[in-house]
Design a protein around this ligand. Sequence first.
Ligand code: ATP
Ligand code: MG
Length: 445
Amino acid sequence: MTFAVKRDSILVVDDAPDTREVLQRNLAAQEYQVFTSPDVAGAIKILNSTPIDLVITDLKMPGVSGLDLVRHVRENFKDIEVMMITGYPTIEGAVTAVKTGAEEYLTKPFTDEELLSAVQRVLDKLHFRRNTQVQSSLKLPASYGCIGESEAMQGVFGAIDKAASTSATVLIIGESGTGKELLARAIHYNSSRASSPFVPVNCGAIPQELLESELFGHIKGAFTGATETRAGFFQTADGGTIFLDEISETSLSMQVKLLRVLQDKEVCMVGSTRSRKVDVRILASTNKDLLSLVKKGAFREDLFYRIHVITIELPPLRRRGDDILLLIQHFSAKFATEVGKGIPQFSDEALQTLRNYHWPGNVRELENVVQRLVIMTDGDLIEVPDLPSLMRFSALRETGFHRTLAEVEAEYIRNVLGSVNGNKTRAAEILGIDRKTLREKLKIS
Ligand SMILES: Nc1ncnc2c1ncn2[C@@H]1O[C@H](COP(=O)(O)OP(=O)(O)OP(=O)(O)O)[C@@H](O)[C@H]1O
Ligand SMILES: [Mg+2]
């Protein structure tokens, strides 16, 4: 996403022929395209007929003054920078120039260097502004807040449409960080339940002994510590949607209770003998292969069939082609705006490296990487050396096949670990091995 170099064009306006000539010669020597005019009237003619990037104008000229020209440019040409030359080194002159909209001013006499560095500064600002404008006005193809144009994601969007038009239970399958929760929200907010609550529950993060009372509520005195009667997530979600995130993490006894809710549309608060009707749509997600859990007896088969009425599978990021580039663009604009910086550009090589990386942590990993780059990179161009080292190294090795399986495995393990911030339990899950095996592999690599 680098832009082709175009010669900047500069219009010099000064009534003194000597000054015009000096400026013309100096700027032309730097490859700028230079136009000149001895007065404001001539300058306006040129502005109307020629694309100009920067106007350098004298302040004091017979007839119409330089300040009027600055005003004219500011009011009529938003995308042209102005620089003022004053022969009177007074604070007022400078202040007026800047207030009227001149980006810079130079006081006579000035050296060639002073002139050229001021011109460079102004033009840099202009380019930066233009690039950010181009980027922020680009329309990203987004559906339901999910960025994606790839065929794989088009399929997902189609499935969201269908799922949103019914109240059927949906099972969302996808690797960690692929956007399962985002998808669940999309289904809810595009369904007829949109004006009722969407309640996400992370089944893996709530201790199993608390999950029942969290989900169904409890009555006062149901257990030690239950000093008040409290509603659960299902009551909160009444009329809306509950999202059972990581449903594979629920205990078998919890699964029986969930099955009952699905079948009878009733919940029973902990400590109560009375069930109450709830009207809640259930969406569930998993990053595990539920069917193999069913075979192992770790997940109830009847619940499995109940929840996967509609199944939507989110493809991993590495199978979404150029969506990676769209997401980089999306997140760099988002984080740059958040921290009040201009939106950075990426060199073609940097984009290629990011595009080729295998993203074990998927969109969440990409989001974190772009956030770090936006915050940590000083310039407005992000290049390969700015990227995390594990990506640079995998880019270097793109060419040829000369690594052993053990090396490839070791690198992959390190990448997965990096993507989950060193969390070994999570890494082992993603790798499909147990923690002990992971520890052994780490010792070897
Ligand atoms: N297609 C997308 N477009 C824009 N942002 C996305 C997209 N997919 C995911 N994200 C963003 O990536 C992050 C991770 O998404 P989300 O939490 O939905 O993933 P997940 O599959 O639930 O992850 P986990 O398995 O770790 O819970 C979120 O910040 C989300 O907004
Ligand atoms: Mg999630």
